[in-house]
Write a protein that binds this ligand. Structure first.
Ligand code: UDX
Ligand code: ADP
Length: 489
């Protein structure tokens, strides 16, 4: 009966106005691609943060808040035509036929499920905003990475609102869909334009069809998978858990390679050639980061515990534990190689984002590794081509030393928590006892070690956690070299 009612509401109605709540790493690129591929649609991206919206509307499209290759070109093409960024939440929700929820869902820090469950307060407030301002039949699409059963939360808020406003002729009537995002930062535009699959979960076939038609403007029909809402939500969490599990597996084997004399790159190539395993996502690094992997696995752990499946919970929890262990392992081995003490030593950190081609630092391995090194008394000089000094300070929870490197006394250097940001690689390496590569930025693979080795303090080390440096170049320049999973010395 309810479905028939919804069907009646959608019949004949063409989707024209789309609104996305949340102008972040998911909402911004996703809406830019929809606007680009669907010039017949009006796309409004709204956010509570005035600063964010101001930044998206920056005249210089290269200064938008998110660094993502190809994104600023799309913004130049579509912004002001059929793509708009605004703080006018009420207006754009009221006008929308379809609303995407793309807000942040960090792990809860307190209360029930703290440390595991996602904090849904922003999702809840988005649902309330929709309930309050929506006009007529509206399709609500959950886009952010969300724990299983979130659609139910959104639905109950919307249904309650529908009952409250049932006498108002313009009150909202809703259908909730799950359409999880599989974009990977750094390659988001390509991932959105050429997705492996698009997943749409829901109950109301008309709404599923309406969303499917939008994607069908550029995605072939066979790549659009339609499921029930719970399968869609769980598939998203599980995809990320499987990917993260591959990285924890290969990182655990990297330690074994170092101990036995094997080389992780060779091992990885050999196992990746098995077509049942596949070659992607097998690169050992400093540990996975990003806004999704840890959060999604912890959601899976929480869900399994909640449904009385402790063995399943502990199986997945181990993937996160190995990741944290691996980060501590790298910091520890750096300390050991530098004669067991980092006190008053300068370490150049090359790369702070969680991977290259993004300015996102959420859960970046660099955060834990830098904190560990500072706890050992190291003085860090941090370089990243896209991450701001302010962001690093926030992540390390401590302000940089602004004075001249040379003017910092030995005593100060020996204090834990001393770091400075470097304007370029050369400055970072000057007088450093070690360089630690934590992000695979292209420019780090091209460093001329012959030229810079002399500016470091001997005996200096290069630690390559991303396998992007040519060993011979470093060793020939007279530097000591370590790279992840390399037991062949
Ligand atoms: C991930 C998923 O890939 C994407 O589908 C999902 O929807 C969002 O989460 P993202 O977090 O942007 O995307 O980055 P991803 O490319 O998956 O990398 C995650 C982490 O794994 C990074 O820290 C990366 O450096 C690391 N990684 C990746 C490795 O250490 N080795 C690899 O082989 C691949
Ligand atoms: P993601 O990686 O999931 O896109 P981000 O943190 O980059 O996460 O972006 C989420 C955005 O959602 C932020 O810009 C935040 O200000 C915005 N946001 C959160 N809650 C609301 C809300 N209730 N209404 C509008 N915008 C919101």
């Amino acid at each position: 009966m309810k479905n028939l009612f919804k069907y009646k509401n959608l019949m004949g109605k063409k989707i024209k106005n789309i609104c996305c709540i949340g102008a972040g790493y998911v909402g911004g690129p996703t809406m830019a691609v929809i606007a680009y591929k669907c010039p017949h649609l009006n796309v409004n991206v709204i956010d509570i943060s005035e600063e964010r919206i101001k930044s998206w509307n920056n005249k210089n499209a290269d200064e938008i808040p998110i660094y993502e290759p190809g994104l600023s070109e799309l913004i130049k093409k579509c912004r002001g035509k059929n793509l708009f960024f605004s703080n006018d939440i009420k207006k754009h929700i009221a006008e929308a036929d379809m609303i995407f929820i793309s807000v942040n869902t960090p792990t809860k820090t307190k209360g029930i499920g703290a440390g595991k469950a996602s904090d849904l307060k922003w999702v809840e407030s988005s649902a309330r905003q929709i309930a309050m301002h929506a006009n007529g039949f509206t399709i609500v699409v959950e886009k952010s990475t969300l724990p299983v059963k979130t659609a139910e939360v959104i639905k109950s808020i919307l249904d309650a609102a529908q009952e409250n406003y049932q006498n108002k002729s313009n009150s909202g009537k809703f259908s909730v869909l799950s359409n999880p995002e599989f974009l990977s930062e750094g390659t988001a535009i390509n991932d959105l334009i050429n997705p492996d699959r698009v997943l749409i979960g829901g109950e109301d076939e008309d709404s599923i069809e309406a969303l499917s038609q939008i994607y069908n403007n550029w995605v072939p029909k066979e790549k659009i998978l339609k499921t029930n809402i719970w399968s869609s939500e769980l598939a998203k969490l599980t995809s990320n858990a499987f990917l993260a599990q591959r990285i924890s597996s290969i990182n655990s084997i990297s330690a074994l390679c170092e101990a036995t004399g094997a080389d992780i790159r060779e091992v990885s190539r050999a196992i990746g050639s098995d077509s049942r395993i596949g070659s992607k996502f097998l690169e050992s690094g400093p540990g996975f980061g990003g806004s999704c992997f840890k959060k999604d696995i912890l959601n899976l752990v929480y869900l399994s515990e909640y449904f009385g499946l402790p063995e399943v919970a502990s199986f997945w929890n181990e993937v996160v534990k190995i990741n944290t262990w691996h980060q501590h392992r790298i910091a520890e081995l750096i300390t050991k190689k530098l004669f067991g003490t980092l006190s008053a030593k300068k370490i150049a950190i090359l790369g702070f984002s969680f991977k290259s081609n993004t300015n996102d630092t959420r859960e970046s391995a660099a955060i834990q590794i830098c904190k560990d090194l500072m706890d050992e008394g190291a003085f860090l000089c941090i370089h990243d081509p896209k991450v701001s000094k302010g962001q690093i300070a926030k992540d390390l929870n401590c302000e940089p030393k602004n004075n001249n490197l040379e003017s910092i006394t030995i005593q100060e250097k020996a204090y834990s928590g001393v770091w400075q940001s470097a304007i370029d690689i050369k400055t970072a390496l000057k007088n450093a006892d070690a360089a630690v590569i934590l992000t695979e930025w292209e420019e780090y693979s091209q460093i001329n070690w012959y030229q810079l080795a002399n500016t470091m303090r001997s005996p200096a080390w290069v630690f390559d956690s991303r396998s992007i440096i040519n060993r011979k170049n470093v060793v020939d320049a007279g530097l000591n070299f370590w790279r992840v999973g390399d037991g062949v010395t």
